[in-house]
Design a binder for this molecule. Sequence first.
Ligand code: 48N
Length: 312
Amino acid sequence: MKNLMKLQVVTETSLSLKTFNIPNENSKVSNATSAVYDWDSFKFEPIRESQVSRAMTKRYFKDLDTYAESDIVIVGAGSSGLTAAYILAKSRPDLKIAIIEANVAVGGGCFLGGQLFSSMVLRKPAHKFIEELEIDYEDEGNYIVVKHAALFITKLCSKVLELPNIKLFNATCVEDLITRPIDNNGNLRVAGVVTNWTLVSMHHDDQSCMDPNTINAKIIISCTGHDGPMGAFCVKRLVSQGLIKRNQMGCLDMNKAEDSIVKNTREVFPGLIVAGMELSECDSSNRMGPTFGAMVLSGVKAAEEALNIYDV
Ligand code: 48N
């Protein structure tokens, strides 16, 4: 019999003390304790269903109360929105930041690299942000490749959600903006968002109206992507009020698109910063196709723009 390593596993629950013989050549478990279950006597701690319900709801309603007044609201948890959230929440732990995401899952167009292909391309210098997230990549000279777009977006999302001053309200849709007059000449600024459960927002036409909720905030960063059923929401809402002009996204030109999206990330209307592909819907910048460096750096720039405005 090969020289077997004896792994003494001590578990903290009522499970019995067990000794396992594990071949130590390829074993990854070297003196690590791992929970080992005695399946015959296995049993969860007892619980009452209402305990689970109360555990979820009391925390959710506390969050709704806390973030009813947020410092910054980010609309859209795609690559640009989550990047902006990460930069803001990390650099300003004093600020309360709410992310509103219409889908149950975050990520937007960034769970795949493009069409059905999983690798994700980012042109340099966006690789610096990938290094900040400690994600491995293949260096191809003028660009890098992350082996799966989902690796990027899930790692970014987990780092964002670990930060104490941020709350993700997913399956929740921004269905309007709050505005305020800034002078007596009818000029306005954005001052918050109007939200509803996404399923309700999608069915206002075929169910009795369910009124929305609101979040007040000094700054909104809208990263709702290019046009689509939900996309480019805040740009389209301001266009519908005649407050900004609509210049639709141009055809694909990777080099032109990525530079202009990053350079033009800015406050397009008082209190509203637009980043990522939504910007192409008010600047008519080209689309860039399956490359994400501009989304990441647009998110970085949007965070910096927000702090410049916030600290005024
Ligand atoms: O990924 P997206 O769509 O948006 P970005 O700007 O973060 O990234 C865009 C990127 O994925 C591309 O489109 C690439 C680079 N392709 C370019 C090209 O040439 O085609 O994420 C937007 C997120 C999504 O998760 C939506 O569900 C969400 O925003 N969203 C909303 N969330 C709340 N309320 C809304 N009204 C809303 N609308 C969209």
